[in-house]
Design a protein around this ligand. Structure first.
Ligand code: AHN
Ligand code: ZN
Length: 342
């Protein structure tokens, strides 16, 4: 009896407190004048409402670029594709800055180039950089045939940009807690081939990102960290922990790998380190004060260190796998929407 009496009392108290706290909550929500105790922010209580990345849309953005033809500086396809990307980013982003410049390549040619920057919430100090290169390599030096002819660059170039344009479209609909800058770098892939009659030029790849590190689109630009996409569209995408990313930004690698695992993509984000490579992220890590990782496909069996069709005429639209675009794009969105305000 005593027990049940105590139970009864407890139940009454519980009911009383439930009603009381309910009134408390309603009171807060209906913006009464009573001062309310602020609830401490809790990461576990924050619902994550990550938008769903649309792989069909991303694929269409990849195909559109390839349909312009190889995006080689000083060609019509390059100008047309650049204009199209500027229009797309103007549709999705809050501001778009186009950085036009000229650089001299290893072969002495002066290349008319453009880095394109789309920003979301440019007012926020808490920023994340997403980037990819958009130009196409003018030769197929890893092929056995037609080595001097340009490649389509469906994977090498267009895939990363396609994913970022779809991320931009998603960000035009829903906002994460951070500001975002999407930079499409030009002239990444005009690097000197291994067999070349020209005198050796140091740092001949990544001319657009090198230019940007010395001529930021906004003075003193700073991001909390950055993620570079390179060749993210091939079937059964495999991201390894790339060496340069590990050297400069292993905490960001770990963060992205954890998010990918939690999203169910663990099979695509391999817990194995690979050799460091020179890519756009290298120049940002080396020159500026923030960390950038490279999400790039590695293949054990490939003769090159990368994708088996890297810098060959096989880099065509039929090799682009929508699921790989999805894995990459959804992981990016999950990373962005899990960020809490600073
Ligand atoms: C080098 O081969 C030095 N870097 C690879 C960067 C690259 C070229 N990514 C795509 N194409
Ligand atoms: Zn390339």
């Amino acid at each position: 009896m005593v027990r049940s009496g105590q139970n009864h009392k407890r139940k009454f108290l519980r009911t009383f407190f439930v009603i009381f706290s309910f009134i408390g909550v309603v009171g807060c929500d209906s913006s009464s004048n009573k001062p309310s105790t602020p609830t401490p922010p809790s990461t576990t209580m924050v619902p994550i409402n990550t938008p769903k990345f649309n792989a069909d849309s991303a694929f269409a953005f990849v195909k559109q670029q390839v349909d312009f033809g190889p995006r080689i500086p000083n060609t019509k396809a390059h100008v047309d594709c650049g204009n199209w990307m500027v229009e797309k980013l103007k549709e999705f982003a809050d501001t778009v800055i186009v950085q036009s410049f000229q650089v001299r390549a290893f072969d002495g040619k002066v290349l008319n180039s453009r880095n394109i920057v789309g920003s979301f919430h440019p007012d926020l100090g808490n920023r994340i950089l997403l980037c990819a290169h958009w130009d196409t390599r003018p030769f197929a030096d890893q092929d056995t045939q037609r080595k001097n002819e340009p490649i389509d660059g469906a994977n090498d170039g267009a895939s990363g940009v396609g994913v970022l344009l779809e991320v931009a479209r998603q960000l035009s609909i829903a906002n994460p807690n951070v500001g975002i800058d999407i930079i499409l770098f030009d002239v990444e892939d005009y690097g000197q081939p291994d067999e070349s009659d020209f005198p050796t030029m140091e740092d001949s790849y990544c001319l657009g990102s090198q230019y940007w590190t010395k001529n930021l689109h906004r003075p003193n630009y700073m991001a909390r960290y950055g993620i570079l996409l390179d060749m993210v569209g091939s079937a059964n995408i495999q991201f390894n922990k790339e060496g340069t990313s590990m050297q400069y930004a292993s905490d960001i690698v770990d963060k992205v790998w954890k998010v990918a695992e939690a999203t169910g993509f663990g099979a695509h984000f391999i817990n194995q380190q690979r050799n460091g490579i020179i890519d756009d992220h290298y120049y940002i890590n080396k020159t500026l004060g923030f960390k950038v990782i490279d999400l790039i496909h590695f293949e054990e069996s490939a003769p090159s260190k990368f994708w088996k069709h890297w810098h060959t005429h096989e880099d065509t639209i039929d090799k682009i796998d929508k699921n790989s675009l999805y894995v990459t794009g959804q992981t990016l969105l999950e990373v962005l929407f899990r960020e809490v305000p600073l």
